[in-house]
Design a protein around this ligand. Structure first.
Ligand SMILES: NC(=O)c1ccc[n+]([C@@H]2O[C@H](COP(=O)([O-])OP(=O)(O)OC[C@H]3O[C@@H](n4cnc5c(N)ncnc54)[C@H](OP(=O)(O)O)[C@@H]3O)[C@@H](O)[C@H]2O)c1
Length: 282
């Protein structure tokens, strides 16, 4: 019998590539997305069910879990991949913008985990992979909402791995560095509560983001190949590995740097790199 994997945010980017990888490896793939028409590529493939799932909608989650159990009687793997970045000055973000970031990246992920747990507990088997980020391991300027939502995912996973080991369920994070997906085009610049005195810094920041992040990653190590993330996620899902797993050349360099020189020096370098772009006079 084929193993069954549910993937969130499979319309594009990592999620779509992860779905293709599992399909190639002969899994039964439940590729979930907000708009079921958004991935014509996946639609054409055998052994792929495309189901509607907005991670902020609990009844979508229930429908997907019920469908999967009814049709395949099991859920082997959940890949919590859906997410986006809310960037900007914290003071200028509206409450809605703040909550939305956590509703998608954190509470949605919790609801998906809670959705599959009863079945995985029954099976005494299952793997959950939460796509976190290198941004969930150290802070960056002007991305406090995104980073903290990923810190929360890392923290949740670290705590849950104890609890879920009681039931034979393996949970871990995969934290990518910088990869050119739709992520950069989908950034929500949070400015619904503009403050006049922050006009200069906001406009410089916006310009730097628009010109910069689409073409070059925040660290000068280039973008990675997104297929490597899909292959890595697949590998983590079929092998016993660590609770936190990093992918990307930049993550290796940064983790090595932190180990040798510590976080404070990294913060100083980040300030220098970022502020020279955003505040040309600094
Ligand atoms: N790219 C990077 O450099 C990078 C680095 C580290 C971590 N990550 C993480 O990797 C994950 C995938 O991102 P990506 O790089 O592949 O970006 P992407 O191309 O923008 O894909 C994001 C996916 O998340 C989906 N999504 C957004 N809000 C959703 C919601 N409420 N419910 C369900 N799906 C939702 C999007 O669906 P729609 O098509 O409906 O918008 C899309 O399928 C995210 O968690 C991101 O934080 C990315």
């Amino acid at each position: 019998m084929k193993k069954v994997v549910i993937i969130t945010g499979a319309s594009r980017g990592f999620g779509e590539l992860i779905a293709k990888k599992f399909q190639k490896e002969k899994f039964q793939v439940i590729a979930t997305m907000r708009n079921v028409d958004s991935s014509p590529n996946l639609m054409k493939l055998d052994n792929v069910d495309i189901k509607k799932l907005d991670v902020t909608n609990k009844s979508d989650i229930k429908n997907v879990v019920d469908f999967t159990i009814k049709k395949y009687s099991r859920i082997d793997i959940l890949i919590n991949n859906a997410g986006y970045g809310a960037f900007g000055l914290l003071e200028e973000a509206s409450e809605q913008e703040i909550r939305n970031q956590f509703d998608v990246n954190y509470f949605g992920l919790i609801d998906c985990i809670r959705g599959v747990l009863p079945q995985m507990r029954k099976q005494k088997d299952g793997v959950i992979i939460n796509i976190s980020s290198i941004a969930g391991r150290f802070g960056l300027p002007f991305t406090s909402l995104y980073n903290s939502s990923k810190f929360a995912v890392e923290g949740l996973t670290e705590c849950l791995h104890y609890e879920l080991s009681l039931f034979g369920i393996d949970i871990k994070t995969v934290a990518p560095g910088s990869f050119r997906t739709g992520f950069h085009d989908s950034v929500n610049f949070t400015e619904n509560e503009k403050k006049e005195e922050l006009d200069d810094i906001r406009e410089n920041l916006k310009k730097a983001l628009e010109e910069g992040i689409k073409n070059e990653p925040p660290f000068p190590f280039g973008f990675g190949n997104s297929d490597d993330v899909a292959n890595f996620v697949f590998k983590q899902s079929i092998t016993k590995s660590k609770v936190s797993n990093f992918i990307g050349r930049d993550t290796k360099i940064i983790n090595f740097f932190i180990k040798i020189f510590g976080r404070e020096l990294l913060f100083k370098i980040i300030k220098k790199l970022w502020f020279s772009r955003i505040l040309p006079n600094k």
